[in-house]
Design a protein around this ligand. Sequence first.
Ligand code: UD1
Length: 339
Amino acid sequence: MKRVLLTGATGYIGSHVAVELTMAGYDVIGVDNFSNSTPKVLGGIEKIIGKRIDFMEVDCTDYAAFEKVFEKYPDIEAAIHFAAYKAVGESVAKPVMYYRNNLDSLVNLIELMTLKGKGANIVFSSSATVYGQPADDELPIRESTPLQPATSPYGRTKQIAEEILQDCVKAYPNLNATALRYFNPIGAHPTAHIGELPNGVPNNLVPFITQTAAGIRECLSVFGNDYNTPDGSCIRDYIYVVDLAKAHVKAVEKMLREGIRWNVFNLGTGKGLSVLELVNAFIKATGVQLNYKIAGRRQGDVEQCWADPAKANRELGWSADTPIEEVLLSAWRWQESLK
Ligand code: UD1
């Protein structure tokens, strides 16, 4: 069996990928420093796959500690790098913290993979934020859509990380890398054993919706209804986290099989939904009422952004087609399981 290293393995997306990789027959070694997750997630993964994944508590910015993972597991052939800070607003206030954490961990990973890995195949967890607000005639967004200057240090870490990977692929003949640009991942595992665990007040829409429906928050604010969209609220491409996780398995398979040096994929459904459409889909899917009001625009929000996933559909043999009601129901069941 091939061994895949997951950094950020107990995070929202990492935990779902740990499940899908194991079910596809890979050996996983997960690392995380629990800066934005808890050891309980390992129990959730175990409940789904019926065994404990190999795991080490490691901060990937600590080279010496990270090196020990490669000493213990010399059979690592590929890595998926999730470990990173991801709060846009916080990154504006604490850019050094973001650059240090998100970039040091990547540089350490590249060095260790190229020097100590059995193979040096890296899948990088990137974001549609690298595209900024594309012009109207550039929607849906393709991989060839020009990148815009990042609107936050968080977004810039994703852009810089992709550039670092490209430089390193040129320099190190054994390194291959693939960047996966996620649109808006939502939902939870259908078993409700793992899901998103936001710290404090959620920034993202779906956790705010489920917490409001559960009575933890009083009212959802819909940030803006005066955008140039059919109902005035912003449009995003919401992708089910389990569909997203399956794309990672396909991306790893492709790298190991074809050895493509550098590759980029947009991971989305190809369909845009407005905030109000999502709110209504949640009410319809769950039958739960949701208190919401129209509020002012949130600073820094892009108006509309959805993917052209044709390249991933074609080259990975993958598509994200779980119906939105099913996805929102999974998010709600997860919220209920946290009681
Ligand atoms: C944001 C980040 C993106 C990051 C992603 C993952 C920005 C500009 N983008 O995406 O870089 O990769 O999170 O964390 O910050 N909304 C409400 N009410 C709420 C919360 C959200 O109306 O309480 C709306 C937003 O205005 C937006 C949509 O819901 O239109 C989605 O918001 P969110 O879930 O925060 O994701 P993004 O802003 O798309």
